[in-house]
Design a protein around this ligand. Sequence first.
Ligand SMILES: [Zn+2]
Length: 484
Amino acid sequence: MKTTAGFDLVPKLSCTSPEDQKSWNTFISQIRTQYPSNPNVQFKENYILFKHFEAEEHHPMLPYIGHKFLRFSSSINPNPGDNSILNSDFLSVLHTVCGIAKNIFGKKFRWWRDDLKEDGEGFYGWQEVWESWASYDMPNDPTPSPPPNINPLASPLFKVQTIPSKGRGLIATVNIPTGTRILTESPLFTIPSPPIPSLETSISKTLKPLSKEKQSAYHSLHNNYQSPSSTSKIKTPPLSGIFKTNAIPCGYNSSIAGIYLTICLINHSCIPNTYHNWNENLEQETIHAIRPINAGEEITISYISESMSNPRRKRLQECFGFDCQCQLCTSDPKQLESNDERRQRILELNESIMSNVTASYSTTTIDSTPIDCLKDCRRLIGLLGQEYDGSAVNFEGGAYYDAFRVCIRQGDQARAKVMVGRAYEMRVLCEGEDSESSRDLKRLVMNPTVHKMYGLSMKWRSEVEDVPEGLEGEEFEKWLWREG
Ligand SMILES: [Zn+2]
């Protein structure tokens, strides 16, 4: 009787975690040490191959790149018969490899054997396991962490898939925790605005020296300006149409926009689960999960800044040629109305906070109501959490930064430090530690007084050491927001 046994690593190793890479390298080097000259353990260019008599279709393998790994398994013969010599040799190899893996990966190591109820079947589906095995022989990323232009087919976190009525999109292949850098990508090319001489000529010149694959990948991107549903009356030439549909500005308010072969495939949602950002230091666009994304869920970003349902849907239709069918837009009219009311309130609070925080900060004029402004910030954070399904870290971080400015302006270093600490944590979730804004916020966390608003008033003067100890939960929040 034959059975299949082996182990999975759950969750799989991350391509962006130096710890994961380190432990995988340790694992591989221990295997190497264990089998310096076993003819059945062969060190190939990209993986270790375990030649095993029983495995007719597949010999167990271990890739040199840890994040490609899901499973090490093989059919075994638990009751050795005629071929017992090789089989028992392999059983001892399996035993050794599993022992080393268990030792290094601890809780991530999951042993299973499909004929034993208590061990059960493996964690991953066979389809994804076969795909992972196939990826072992694909070219390795030149820099391990994070890979610059992730080939979507080789990405450990998502796959490119056709989605009904949406064209291509990205689907998570594993559960992705909040703050995960899902993707960083260099632009295929960038074009400044206004383009000289014309957009069409500029793109044509830029595409010419690129490889045939890249050119055809560009042509395969969606072009809203040639679809029958396009509302644009003026005919847009094809290269420009693709550019206008897909280009993303390289940074907030940047006059330069870039095209990305993978990021441009991410579809829109009005409650997106990721945040995209131009990272000046990497000179790449990054995509971070802003809430937990389940395996099988579509990865989405927001294409627009419009908030209320009518202008939002109108703009999506005009600029991108689709009628948004996201969870929010397809909710019943009553629900949509209450969302709109909340979003309206969010807009108003934002506006009032902004005018309060930025009012005449270059003079010594003190806001009339810094306390009210803090109240507004707290209210805003509450509403954002409700409206965005717990995925508002990008907006919430902004509200904490505003609260920081209110406090530092009044000389209150203790509260300012807590506020900017939270703003920083949320920024890191959205952009990573290496983005320019994360670094700016970190400087303020280290020393809030370097902010230009510091001490315009000393009405709330405190030192950073004045953060009270022993207050927890709502008690701490009450102190922080100067309530009660
Ligand atoms: Zn929508």
